[in-house]
Design a protein around this ligand. Sequence first.
Ligand SMILES: Cc1ncc(COP(=O)(O)O)c(C=O)c1O
Length: 467
Amino acid sequence: MIADAHDWRSRDLAVLWHPCTQMREHLRDELPLVPVAGGEGAWLVGQDGRRYLDAVASWWTNLFGHAEPRIAAAIAAQAARLEQVILAGFSHAPAVELAEALLASAPREAGREPLAKVFYADNGSAGVEVALKMAFHWFRNRGETQRTKFIALENGYHGETLGALAVGDVPLYRRVYAPLLAECLFAPSPDAYAGEPGETPEQCARRAAEGLRAVLEAHAGEVCAFILEPLVQCAGGMRMHHPLYLRLARELCDAHGVFLIADEIAVGFGRTGTLFACEQAPPGAAGGAPGIQPDLLCLSKGLTGGFLPLAAVLATQSTYDGFLDESRERAFLHSHSYTGNPLACAAALAVQRIFRDDDVVARNRATAARMRELAAPIGAHRHVADLRQAGMIVAFELTRDGDRRTPFDPSLRVGLRAYRAALARGVVLRPLGDILYWMPPYCIDDAQLELLARVTAETIDEATACA
Ligand SMILES: Cc1ncc(COP(=O)(O)O)c(C=O)c1O
């Protein structure tokens, strides 16, 4: 039992090395370290009883609130039956039922072979590794050994393991490890904020798609897959693009015979206004229904409602069939000890039941509309250069002059100031650089949204007062 916050802090710093943290900032007490004893709905409860509104859904994982009783009960019931079993040579009901449920709700495009198989991994980065290796190995099994390259988007992010980092383009995470990373081809981001002056988001999407076409043409026959985060480049600063890009990218991948990998690890499960972001692509030029279907779909984070680590990669029957052979080497041998862990699958099944029972996507649309109303006045702040939204993600881009050209001097640490200012007011806003965003659990209520908006406005005032 940890007696008080001060004692706790020193015990923590004596033994823990925290993720995504310059530990010196904790050691110097520039960055507060918050001991959390529990969670209730959208709140985190500190050991000192202070409550913090979790506006970043605990690294974008939490969907229905902390300690959601239905998910907690499902995990407890599963733990009393079977906590873990090797998934090679063995099977269990939660893994099978979850795969059935995911395939039934996966994006589907008329005339395209549906996603039909689920491969599990145990975190988002591992899921990305699976998808990349699968695409590469599928071509290799067909004798197309020259297809060794991946294309990814500038400013994209797909995780921190070396393979996932290789297809990422956020310099803060990538640059230092660059000498270790496999070569990746980068296509221009369709990010509408970074578009050319006067360009509409749709024009920006079209221009970026031409960039993708050029990369595909320059490397014809060498590429196995193109990977992207549909609609929102989250770690890249919640940068959003027009859904037309998804349609154009789908058509280009088809034309060049490369896998389209949709990384919906952060945006899947109702976050952007549809169950999956891919569903928002407009119909093709020849008409048809909206929505594209990727060849490989990566899911994690909200998959378990934020309770346990798990990832799923959905593939088509033909992709799966490409590995059937007498040779073990042609099989997809990728494995992690906790692949398809029964507790995580049980949590994910409970999440699927909540989606079925609670009409989550419709509720989210109403919550997103309220977020839009509350964010609008903040968007008029003189330091907010851009206010953007995709469903239940809202982002405020802060710049020195409120225009798109003059960022704050990085030494001012506006983001860190904002983090501290919000935390002191009982709200967890964890900016990406100088970009503040809301990505709360779906259960956030109106009073909590009003608090979030008030604190965000005060936070921007306080954090930018230095400029
Ligand atoms: C789009 C995307 N892909 C992959 C990952 C990596 O997931 P994990 O942190 O579980 O490894 C993240 C994490 O933020 C992500 O946002």
